[in-house]
Design a protein around this ligand. Sequence first.
Ligand code: MEV
Length: 316
Amino acid sequence: MPAISSSAPGKIILVGEHAVVYGQPAIAIPIHQLRARAYFLANPAGPKGRIHIIAPNIDLEKDLEDLGETHPFTRIFELIKSQFEIEHFPSMDVKIVSDIPIAAGLGSGTAVSIALIRGLVQFIGETLDEEEVSRLAFEVEKIYHGTPSGIDNSVVTYGKPIYFIKNVKPEILSINDEFYFVVADSGIKSETSQVVRSVRNGWQNAKIQYELLFNEIGALSTQAKDYLLEGLREQLGVLMNKNHELLCRLGVSNIILDRLVNSAIMAGALGAKLSGAGAGGNIIALVPNNRIKSVQEALREAGAVKVILTSLPKKK
Ligand code: MEV
């Protein structure tokens, strides 16, 4: 039996990706049915300080010291070491499993980091509040993302819908009306860091045009917050379509994502857009509850490799 286990959910960006890196607001929601989990088992008989890591999803079985200094797992252990002024960790086995698809815009790396941080803190008999967990995960995000906004580590830590502005404490949204979202995976792997970098290059070459687009996206996020709080589904759907159009103009969509978005709308979704960095990964469609099945089918027919349903508020 594992001594300690911890977990963290996946996430989707509802509105505002990319613009959020440049200081605009965005909204993200957790996906609780997809989770990363970490298990910690003391190994008192093992060599002093040996941390053995098993992560079957990424075919990894190694001692931490063999992973190298720049590996996100090494960074996590170093961060916890300095946070609690620890010299050596006790010998331990750590297993990491996740059902969040990798490089799909669903926060798999972030969820693994947060599950590891939470579990390790518990394993050494310490505590850390959510704000600190999120802050440490943000340090690890920099390895994955280069210039992250902080939205992913915030939504995955709090596990609640958030309205987020870079460098500002996230606002947790308490949503009472029901919203159903179908999330469909294009099956195309896409590294967030690369897409964020290509947007940065575009911005550096055409700052005025890009900033106009970022401002427009930011205005949609502010509006989306009101629609969520007021239960205005149709209006939120229209807004999601507009957000997708603006993301196309930023150059982060492609024909496969556009096809998924269009087929969701044709099958009765109120709105749809790519979610996360784009160039692959997932799309998200807001769906009235009598159209859920038809939208799911249409998305599968249009080539989605995985389709899941998530809803707000979280079901008890
Ligand atoms: C990735 O989930 C969202 C981006 O806006 C990057 C970030 O905010 O760090 C693309």
